[in-house]
Design a protein around this ligand. Structure first.
Ligand code: AMP
Length: 574
C-alpha cells in the first residue's frame, strides 16, 4: 500500500494526515488499516512502539465512528498515563477536521470530576488507564456496554504491571459483539492466554520478527568493572555531545543516585521514578519532550509509556531482570524510521546475559570500546569548533557591544583569541581526561593472548623490599591504587630485602614511572626506574652495581631466600 488515499480514508482524515506530514502508511498501518476497514475479525498485532501503531488503530476507527450517536463507540486501554495522554493527543490531531468526533482521556493522578464532566458531555472515543477506568465503571460514569471496538495497547506492559484483574473486569463490561484489537511489542505466554480468553479466533499480524528488537536499533555492549560503570556512562555521554537518551536503572535508589551524580558533574540530566509526584513527573517529561533535557535516568516502571521521538540512545545502566523489558527499553529509540543505539554497560559476570538477549532479539550485539580520554577530547573539540562555525550571530543586538569587545581584544593575536575561546569551553574536559585510565575490561580472548605471552614486558627496579614491608600483594596493591595503571598486566615480581624488581606491560612504561615515582609508601618516597635489559637474578655484576652503597648491601643467602619465596610466575591481572 503506497498511499493513504489508496486506503480509502475519508477526506477530512486525509487532510489531517497531510497537515501532520504523514506521506505514506508505515508497515503496521498498511496491514492494520485495511483489516479494520473491511473485516470484523479480532486482531493481534505485534509491533514495537514507534512503528506508527497509534495511527494504525485510530485512523480506521475515526473513519467509521458515528459522530451523530451519543454513546462511547471505541475504547482504548493503555498501561500508563503518559501513553494514554499521547494516544488522546494523536487522535485529536487525526480528528482535526472531523470536529464532531469527541475523544476523552481518563487516567489516574488527575481530577476525576472534570473527566466525569467530559464523559457526560458525550464521547465517541475514550482512552483510559486500567485503575481509573475501573473506578469510573464502578461509579457508573463510564458505560462500555455498547462499544464496537476495544483496543488493548501495549498489552504485554499491562500484564507485566500487574493489571490482570483490572483487564478481566473491564473486558467483562464490554459486549460480546465487538471487535477487539490487541497490540503488543512482545508475545509472552500471558498475552497468548488473553487472546485466547477474550478474543474471537483473532488474526495475527506482525511487523518484524516476533519478540524481536526494533529494526533500526543497533545493540552495543561495553564490558567494564562494576565500579567503573558510572565513568563509562559519562564517557559515552561525552563522546556523543548531542546525546538525547534514556538511561535505565534497576531501582529508584540507583536512578536517583545516577541522576544526582550526572547533575553534579554538569550533565543535562534528570530522574524519573516512583517517588516523584505527578506534577514533578510532568515537569520532567515536558523538559524531555521539548528537548530541554538530554539525559533522562529512569526505572522501567516510570518510563513505561514514554514515547519520545528522536532518542539517539537507550542506555541500560543495569540490565533488566526480565529480558522482555530489554525489548521495551531498546524500542524507545530507532522510532519512526530513525536509527538508534541501545547500549548495555555490563560487567564480566553479565556476558552470558548478552548471549541470551541476542537469541531473544535475533540480533547480535557489537562489543563497544569505552572511548579513551584522547578520543573524547578530539570529538568534543571538533564539536566546539562546529558550534563556533555554525552559531547564529544576532548581528543586530550585538552591534552596540562590538566596539568595546574589539577594543579589549585589540592586543591579542587571532590565534590566541581562537585558543582562548576554545579553552573556555574545553579546559574542564581536557583536565578531566588527562591521564584517564582505560576502562575496558579484557575479554577472555584478550586474557588468553596475555597468558600466551604475547605481551612485551619492561622490568622495573623499585627502592622497596621486604625490609620496608613490601611483598608481591602490596606491590600489586600499590600499582592498583593508581587509576592510570590499574589494570595493566604484571609479570614476574622479585622481592629482595631492600629493593625489588617487577615486570609490567611495556606499553605502560611511562605511566608506571609517572604514577609511582615520588609517591609515598609508609614514609618512604618511591623511586622506580626501568632496567635496561631484564637481568637474570643471578647476574652478580648487575646486583653489585645496583646494591651500590654499603647500607644497601644484603646477605646473598637471604636475598636468595626471599627471591625464591616470592618469585611469581607471569600472570595477568584482569
Ligand atoms: P507511534 O508508534 O504511534 O507512537 O508513532 C511513532 C511516531 O511515528 C509518531 O511520532 C508518529 O507521529 C509518527 N508516525 C506515525 N505514522 C506515520 C506515518 N505514516 N508517516 C510519518 N510519521 C508517522
Amino acid at each position: 500500500m503506497e498511499t493513504f488515499e489508496e486506503l480509502e480514508l475519508k477526506e477530512e482524515v486525509l487532510k489531517a494526515l497531510k497537515d501532520l506530514g504523514f506521506e505514506k502508511p508505515t508497515p503496521i498501518q498498511a496491514k492494520t488499516i485495511p483489516h479494520l476497514l473491511t473485516s470484523e475479525n479480532d486482531l493481534v498485532a505485534l509491533a514495537q512502539t514507534g512503528t506508527g501503531k497509534t495511527a494504525a488503530f485510530s485512523l480506521p476507527i475515526i473513519n467509521q465512528v458515528d459522530s451523530n450517536a451519543k454513546n462511547v463507540q471505541a475504547f482504548i486501554l493503555s498501561p500508563t498515563r503518559e501513553l494514554c495522554l499521547q494516544i488522546a493527543e494523536d487522535i485529536k490531531d487525526f480528528t482535526k477536521y472531523s470536529k464532531k468526533i469527541k475523544t476523552t482521556a481518563v487516567y489516574g493522578g488527575a481530577n476525576i470530576d472534570s473527566q466525569i464532566r467530559q464523559l457526560k458531555a458525550g464521547s465517541h472515543i475514550v482512552v483510559g488507564t486500567p485503575g481509573r477506568v475501573c473506578d469510573l465503571i464502578r461509579r457508573k460514569r463510564l458505560d462500555l456496554s455498547h462499544i464496537q471496538w476495544v483496543i488493548l495497547d501495549e498489552a504485554d506492559e499491562m500484564l507485566s504491571m500487574g493489571f490482570k484483574d483490572e483487564l478481566d473486569f473491564i473486558l467483562e463490561q464490554t459486549p460480546q459483539e465487538k471487535q477487539t484489537l490487541l497490540f503488543s511489542a512482545t508475545m509472552p505466554k500471558d498475552i497468548a492466554r488473553i487472546a485466547k480468553k477474550y478474543m474471537n479466533t483473532p488474526e495475527e499480524i506482525a511487523v518484524g520478527e516476533k519478540n524481536s528488537g526494533a529494526k533500526n536499533v543497533s545493540h552495543v555492549y561495553y564490558l567494564v568493572q562494576s565500579r567503573d560503570k558510572y565513568q563509562a556512562l559519562k564517557r559515552i555521554a561525552d563522546i556523543n555531545p548531542n546525546i538525547y537518551s534514556i538511561v535505565f536503572c534497576r531501582t529508584r535508589r540507583e536512578t536517583k543516585e545516577i541522576a544526582d551524580k550526572l547533575i553534579t558533574d554538569g550533565y543535562n540530566a534528570d530522574a524519573l521514578h516512583g517517588d516523584l509526584s505527578q506534577a514533578q513527573r510532568d515537569v520532567v517529561m515536558h523538559r524531555l519532550r521539548s528537548k530541554h533535557l538530554q539525559i533522562l535516568v529512569a526505572t522501567d516502571v516510570a518510563a513505561r509509556g514514554i514515547d519520545v521521538d528522536d532518542l539517539t540512545h537507550v542506555i541500560n545502566y543495569s540490565l533488566p531482570d526480565q529480558m522482555e523489558a530489554y525489548i521495551h527499553r531498546s524500542g524507545r529509540t530507532g522510532r519512526a524510521g530513525k536509527k538508534g543505539t541501545s547500549i548495555a554497560i555490563i560487567h564480566s559476570r553479565e556476558k552470558n546475559r548478552i548471549r541470551i538477549l541476542e537469541k531473544k532479539i535475533g540480533k547480535s550485539f557489537e562489543k563497544g570500546e569505552v572511548p579513551n580520554g584522547k578520543e573524547i577530547c578530539n570529538i568534543r573539540l571538533m564539536n566546539i569548533i562546529d558550534n563556533l562555525q555554525n552559531v547564529e550571530v544576532d548581528e543586530k543586538n550585538m552591534e552596540e557591544f562590538m566596539p568595546a569587545i574589539y577594543e579589549k581584544l585589540d592586543n591579542i593575536s587571532k590565534e590566541d583569541i581562537i585558543k582562548n575561546f576554545v579553552a573556555v569551553e574545553f579546559n574542564r574536559i581536557l583536565r578531566y581526561y588527562r591521564n584517564a585510565p582505560d576502562l575496558n575490561l579484557a575479554t577472555s580472548k584478550d586474557q588468553r593472548q596475555k597468558r600466551r605471552g604475547e605481551i612485551e614486558y619492561t622490568r622495573f627496579h623499585i627502592n622497596l623490599g621486604s625490609k620496608t614491608n613490601l611483598n608481591p600483594q602490596r606491590l600489586m596493591g600499590l600499582i592498583n591504587e593508581h587509576p592510570s595503571i590499574r589494570k595493566i598486566a604484571i609479570g614476574q615480581i622479585e622481592i629482595f630485602k631492600k629493593f625489588s624488581f617487577f615486570d609490567t606491560d611495556s606499553e605502560y612504561k611511562e605511566k608506571i614511572i609517572q604514577a609511582l615515582n615520588g609517591s609515598d609508601f609508609e614514609g618512604i618516597t618511591i623511586a622506580v626506574e626501568p632496567v635496561k635489559s631484564p637481568p637474570k637474578t643471578s647476574d652478580k655484576k648487575y646486583h653489585k652495581k645496583r646494591r651500590g652503597s654499603g647500607s644497601q648491601r644484603a646477605s646473598k643467602g637471604r636475598e636468595r631466600n626471599s627471591r625464591d619465596k616470592f618469585k611469581k610466575k607471569p600472570r595477568n591481572r584482569y
